[in-house]
Design a protein around this ligand. Structure first.
Ligand SMILES: Cc1ncc(COP(=O)(O)O)c(C=O)c1O
Length: 394
């Protein structure tokens, strides 16, 4: 059974290889500390779970869910209110808000909805993989914009050749950034919106980590920029802010025409999310936000434990101002290895699992990503195990 060519173009799914390496290490009696996937370990707050349980007992909520239903209308209103409170951005709940079954599907469907075969999508590299894989699945042409440590991992839009820009229909951005944990300020977004004017390029800004911020940094919305609604939509998710990764609750907001087309393609493929999840998400967005603060406090603690710990054992890593990731250059001693080889060595010798930089694109080579999805004590343990590897003869 031959798979379609569009699937053959996709890079191998990184976590399948890592799962194999983990299995082998476990068979050799090694304990695993898994910091590979950005899969939040903390539970969804009780008031959100309670609302789901209440609403799941109502038979009416078991039916197909449609965008015209009361539950989705209330959810759209809640999202608009949340955006206004958080960013001071006014949205029309009817036309400028679109609930998604997790933001990942929305990002992939945006490419499918707008790219024809010769159309180019501009994607900073490294990136969260669906930003480029969605383009390949849609049959579009991917143009990587390399982003570098020396530039704070921000793309230089002026470096893109004119012929490429002419054929470009889509640009993905995402700050705070996965995997590098880089952040952007409003000046950067102003600059990009100015650059995009008159170019007929849609900007999809993925703001999954807006709440996971430290050291007084505040993540801006691109929609705070005057004129941004002309070409921008922004993706958001309850996965990280409210520890609801398994629930599949995301949303897109911004330009109404873009959202209408995104809704159109989705209408041929899926239904709206399960109604009890919609009601529980309203509770998440409009209820007490102290759970978000708790989350941030915990992740800040984890960040400091891992950064201080690694620096102490001679691995000089940066201290990120956002996300629950740490993006670290492979230690000098192992710099001759590829990021995948280094990760394989780390798993085999220590049981600590991190993600290789190349899992996020070719410009991730030379780096690895730690996801801080274990408690501080476990992170300290991981540091001690890594210490042994760094002390071994290479
Ligand atoms: C940048 C980024 N966008 C989107 C997602 C996916 O979010 P969701 O759970 O809403 O699909 C992730 C998940 O790790 C992410 O890192």
């Amino acid at each position: 059974m031959e798979e379609a060519n569009r699937l053959k173009k996709l890079p191998l799914y990184l976590f399948t290889i890592i799962d194999d390496l983990k299995d082998k290490a476990q068979q050799n009696g090694i304990d695993i500390i898994d910091l590979g996937m950005g899969n939040p370990d903390r539970p969804t707050p009780k008031h959100i779970v309670d609302e789901l349980c209440k609403k799941v007992r109502i038979p009416e909520n078991h039916r197909y869910s449609r965008s015209i239903d009361k539950s989705e209308k209330s959810l759209r209103n809640a999202i608009a209110k949340w955006y206004d409170t958080k960013f001071g951005v006014k949205l029309d709940p009817e036309s400028e808000v679109l609930p998604l079954i997790g933001s990942k599907e929305g990002i992939a469907h945006l490419a499918l909805a707008f790219l024809n075969n010769d159309d180019i999508a501009l994607v900073p590299n490294p990136a969260y993989p669906v930003h480029f894989n969605g383009v390949l699945i849609a049959g579009g042409i991917l143009h990587n914009i390399p982003i570098y440590e020396k530039d704070g991992y921000l793309p230089n839009m002026r470096s893109i050749p004119k012929e490429i820009i002419k054929k470009s229909r889509l640009l993905f951005l995402s700050y705070p950034h996965n995997p590098t944990a880089a952040v952007a300020n409003i000046e950067f977004f102003k600059d990009v919106v100015e650059w995009a004017k008159g170019k007929n390029i849609i900007i999809g800004h993925d703001l999954a980590y807006s709440d996971m911020v430290f050291d007084n940094y505040k993540a801006p919305s691109i929609l705070q920029v005057k004129g941004a609604k002309e070409m921008c939509i922004e993706f958001h998710t309850c996965s990280k802010s409210y520890n609801m990764a398994g629930w599949r609750m995301g949303f897109a907001v911004g330009n109404s025409k873009i959202l209408k087309t995104l809704a159109k393609i989705k209408s041929y493929i899926d239904f709206s999310m399960f109604k009890p999840i919609q009601y529980a998400s309203i509770k998440a967005l409009l209820g007490s936000q102290s759970c978000v603060k708790e989350n941030v406090k915990e992740y800040r603690k984890r960040r400091d434990v891992i950064v201080d710990g690694l620096r102490k054992i001679g691995w000089n890593v940066p201290r990120p101002h956002a996300t629950f990731y740490l993006w670290a250059r492979i230690p000098d001693k192992y710099s001759a290895l590829t990021s995948m080889e280094f990760v394989a060595l780390l798993i085999r010798e220590t049981g600590v699992v991190v993600a290789p930089g190349t899992g996020f694109g070719e410009y991730g080579e030379g780096y690895v990503r730690f996801a801080l999805v274990e408690k501080a004590e476990k992170l300290k343990e991981a540091v001690q195990k890594i210490k042994k590897l760094l002390e071994m003869d290479a």
